[in-house]
Write a protein that binds this ligand. Structure first.
Ligand SMILES: *Cc1c(COP(=O)(O)O)cnc(C)c1O
Length: 359
């Protein structure tokens, strides 16, 4: 029996995709082998690579002068690859600090340049994005980096930030493909796949080729975008199975009506859950309503001594992995694209029952 899995990542995948992967596992596209067992340079895999890239380009309407890379190393490698490849001859970069992932990204960047922290949510208790008029942007910096959705803190940018002519770079690991996106506003977008796309092991990078200059001289070849562009993401052996799963996900998103439809569904799920929390005295969410994440809904029980019981009872009811990240505590329901609306309905029903029994 499958549970509703609210894990933040690796996270739940659509049942249809898992079933298709199971059906094709022993014999993929009449090759007589699984997709895991063939060369990434084989005709069949190259066709998959091309098809998945074209589906992703279609979903996000990615302009043709943008490269799309399917890499390894996770978002954490991008924390280093971004400055290594986008500093050019500048010595400073702007970083917005809205939570734990932002902080980790800017700490990594400090190895390669001076970091200008534009503004920090921690000055306001970590519950909101600092207002635009308080941002201290250095216009001479190489770029502006922000984390579009703070997976751990449950904060999401409601709009793409306005940063003038500076190249805009975003970590979208946990909200990529959750809604339509104007990719042309960005110099570069990256996302680890294990939140909203596929199993772990794959990292997607989308960037404007015309902005790519020389990497810092010491940059290992593996960390140069140029090396991966030249070899169509096959400079080294790519994570073929995760790439295959990502391809199935892109087709699934298309079959769901594309990102407009997905965004409507995501909005409905988030609005339901937040309004239930706001209207129930037993639970609370302290994040500024203007920047609450549609993907990672963090909440607390007002009586935290009931946390363990809550998690245990939720699990008995088929609602798994609701424990919040250890650095913030409380609860977190990750409701990515793959979480069906019924999962959110059942969670709300359970939370309501639990509050009546123990409130
Ligand atoms: C999970 C996550 C990361 C780290 O991803 P890895 O693939 O483990 O490197 C970075 N940024 C955000 C926003 C995340 O959610």
């Amino acid at each position: 029996m499958r549970v509703y899995n609210f894990s933040a990542g690796p996270s739940t995948l659509p049942l249809e995709i898992l079933q298709q992967a199971r059906e094709e596992l022993l014999d993929w596209r009449n090759t007589g082998t699984s997709v895991m067992e063939i060369s990434h340079r084989s005709k069949d895999f190259l066709a998959l690579a091309q098809e998945s890239e074209s589906d992703l380009r279609h979903l996000l309407a990615i302009p043709s002068h943008y490269s799309v890379l399917f890499l390894q190393g996770g978002a954490r490698s991008q924390f280093a690859m971004v400055p290594m490849n986008f500093l050019g001859n500048k010595k400073i970069a702007n970083y917005m600090d809205t939570g734990i992932w932002s902080t980790l990204a800017l700490e990594e960047a400090r190895r390669y340049c001076k970091v200008n922290v534009v503004a920090s949510s921690s000055d306001r208790g970590g519950k909101t994005i600092p207002p635009r008029d308080e941002w201290k942007i250095n216009p001479d910096a190489a770029y502006f980096h922000y984390v579009a959705n703070e997976t751990i803190n449950g904060i999401e940018f409601p709009h793409i930030p306005e940063v003038g002519a500076l190249p805009l770079i975003s970590d979208m690991s946990s909200n990529i493909l959750s809604q339509p996106l104007d990719v042309s506003r960005f110099a570069l977008i990256y996302a680890g796949a294990q939140k909203n796309i596929a199993p772990a092991g794959l990292t997607i990078v989308i960037f404007d080729k015309t902005l790519l200059g020389d990497a810092l001289p010491f940059t290992p070849n593996m960390f140069r975008y140029e090396a991966h562009v030249k070899e169509n993401s096959m400079y080294n052996t790519p994570p073929t199975f995760a790439w295959y799963m990502a391809g199935l996900m892109f087709k699934w998103l298309k079959s769901q009506g594309g990102l407009e439809r997905i965004a409507q569904k995501n909005s409905r799920k988030a609005v339901k859950l937040y309004s239930f929390i706001d209207n129930n005295n037993f639970y609370e969410n302290a994040i500024d309503p203007d920047c609450r994440s549609k993907m990672n809904v963090v909440f607390n029980l007002k009586d935290e001594t009931l946390n363990a019981l809550f998690l245990e009872q939720a699990s008995v009811n088929g609602l798994a992995n609701l424990r919040g990240h250890k650095r913030v505590g409380g609860m977190r329901a990750s409701i990515y694209n793959s979480m069906p609306e019924e999962g959110v309905d059942l969670l709300i029903q359970f939370m309501d029952d639990f509050s009546k029994r123990f409130g």
